[in-house]
Design a protein around this ligand. Structure first.
Ligand code: HPA
Length: 275
């Protein structure tokens, strides 16, 4: 067996042993500062990545590093409290290992969240933005031999972000008085934040949001046929002018994400409840 698949199988077997007969229907990836959604998961079984044989560790700020299996919105879910970023130095198969692990655990849906900078000047810090599409500036995580057991060589990305889930989010948010925006997420490797010239360029080519995650996971999720819902929390409005001040700060990003986490959490829970 390919060692990359073996590593996933090892994690799946370990997690299955810990969760008994539970079969999660949705996977959730919690971005920077959004880990507290995990507090809303009832009867949680917490599995630190560090306890899973041969599984990578999460080193990024605001990321804890646990799988949490339990109930959200009355359904069995598996959440990743902390993800793996390309800028941490992991190869793409490691960045996306959680998605295939959750797929093997039986999930049909993937909910991804992240903290993002806005390059759409109408967006404000604290806004929740439904990701409607993306622009990928990472190396594609599917480069290399195709694993037929997961999906086709040339997967379609026309509707990477599920249209029905987007409509459901809008309906439920309206009922809860939660204001939602929609936008295109531009994902690049980081770890540097963008220069003002880059921000202007990304805006010009159609981006609303800027980040350093999510897209590799979404590509791998679509490859194996998961239905994807993505949401960004705007933690800063990216700077388009050269000023004598450093406008991007990782601790501030985490703090802003924290204040929006309650709304994001309520929305994810009610979406999952109505699936
Ligand atoms: N750029 C890239 N990634 C980010 C940002 C940003 O401005 N804010 C939070 N993550």
């Amino acid at each position: 067996m390919d060692p990359r698949i073996e590593r996933i199988q090892t994690a799946v077997e370990y997690i299955q042993e810990r969760i008994g007969g539970l079969r999660p229907m949705a996977g959730i990836i919690l971005g920077s500062g959004l880990g507290k959604l995990a507090d809303s998961i009832a009867d949680p079984i917490v599995i630190p990545y560090a306890e899973i044989p041969d599984f990578p560790r999460s080193t990024a700020v605001g990321h804890k590093g646990n799988f949490i299996v339990g109930e959200l919105g009355g359904k069995c879910v598996v959440a990743m409290q902390g993800r793996f970023h390309y800028y941490e130095g992991y190869p793409m198969e490691t960045v996306t290992i959680g998605v295939r692990t959750m797929f093997e655990l039986g999930v049909k849906y993937l909910f991804v969240s992240n903290a993002a900078g806005a390059c759409n000047p109408d967006f404000r810090v604290g806004d929740l933005v439904v990701i409607k599409d993306h622009i990928n500036a990472f190396p594609n995580p599917l480069i290399g031999p195709n694993f037929e057991k997961y999906g086709p060589r040339f997967p379609d990305m026309t509707c990477a972000y599920d249209l029905e889930l987007q409509a459901l989010a809008e309906r439920l948010a309206a009922g809860k008085g939660i204001n939602l925006r929609k936008g295109v997420y531009y994902g690049s490797t980081g770890p540097t934040y963008e220069t003002p010239a880059e921000v202007r360029y990304y805006r010009l080519i159609g981006a609303d949001l800027l980040g350093m995650s999510t897209i590799p996971e979404v590509i791998v999720a679509r490859h194996c046929g998961l239905r994807v819902f993505g949401m960004s929390v705007v933690t800063n409005v990216a700077n388009t002018k050269n000023v004598e001040r450093n406008l991007n700060d990782a601790d501030d990003v985490v703090k802003q994400a924290d204040t929006a986490a309650d709304r994001l959490c309520a929305l994810f829970a009610s979406m999952i409840a109505s699936l």
